[in-house]
Design a protein around this ligand. Sequence first.
Ligand code: GLU
Length: 445
Amino acid sequence: MEIRTRFAPSPTGSLHIGSLRTAAYAYTLAKHNGGQFILRIEDTDQKREVAGSREKIMELLTLFGMPWDELYIQSERVKTGVYQKAANALLSSGHAFFCQCPPRNSKTASEKVLRDPCRDKNFTSGAIKLRVPDNEKIEFHDYVLNTDIHWDTNEVADITLLKTDGFPTYHLAVVVDDSEMKISHALRAAEWLPSTPVHLLTYRYLNLIPPQIGHLTVVLDPEGGKLSKRKSTVSVDRFIADGYLPEALLNFIILLGWAPKDNRELFTLDEFVTAFDPNGFQKSNPVFHIEKLDWFNGEYIRQLSVEQLNSLFIVHCSLFSSLNPKKQIAITKLVQDRIVKLSDFNPLAGFLFERPKVDISLFGNLDYKEHLKSAVEVLSLVNPWTNENIQEKLMGLIKEKGWKTGDFFMSFRIALSGSKFTPPITNCAEILGKEETISRFEAVL
Ligand code: GLU
């Protein structure tokens, strides 16, 4: 059997980190088996569509290195009549009926009124709903959770399949499309599990064979409950804008709900494709710990070559990009071990390409004027201007004056950077150059 998986996002806003995880698992499952990965844009609920989000989804899948082999847009498929045809077939076999109630806004099968008041009224127009049978057991084996799940149809509602505007609901479209597109494995969010009996009945009544269906665990917020935008960052775009590398983000989410047999943590997408094993899907809901993501991001930043990281800083920061390349590389080398994400670059190293405003109160009780005056004197004698020479002269000065090393360098650091936290400060002075260093001290004095 050819393995064909799909990622079926609705273009209703920015891509949620959980959806990226669904895409990554679907992509990996297909590619591990030499199969096809399909992108299907589920835009049949046109009221909820957000302009531009379809393009954004494609852009992000590309950024994360998950190209799709086939692309389908459901709103375009509506015009071909496939969904109408399926709904008509269900009507003719008596498994669906017309309903003239005003539409309810229910997405799942757990609607309060299970048996629709219109189901025996023999209307000849309206929305088309599934006639759910009484007293039947529906069962399936969940591919991800690796367990049998069953329902009694007495708990399942007559759900809308085709709306009066001619658009299918998710429930009809997913059945028709997964079947027509020969999807072998449908991986999706746990929120869809209550709808699965409706889909299984629809497959049965249309004489179609369902794919293997698997529901992914729910990503939890450390504060409790589902990870949601009310409490945390959840949009993939936001993480990228915050300076997380796609490789790190992907690695992190892959391990939110899947684990290898050994304790390995670092996986590129290709390595994950090779290592993938469905038995690695975890049953318990994972917690999204941002500290862990930070750890991954730091690891990936360290793995980049200086040149690669430098190009990322250039994209990330326009002021930095205007420096001469030698200086850029020196700065990049200095911060590579010290940042967690790209957005840490400016706060940490911005003073190396933009003169900071120095808040005098930062000096506190330090004898900073004395420190800086003497520093200017000895620094003007440093030649050539290298880190070693700068250090040697300053250490000599500290010894001669009997100052505390930490105090002196704190004055030095604040005067040069406007901050108490910097990369090694004499390296910074070396990069800034003699003239600029002395001139910053004079400005403070
Ligand atoms: N359009 C659905 C969603 O975005 C897809 C669910 C599925 O993968 O079947 O949640």
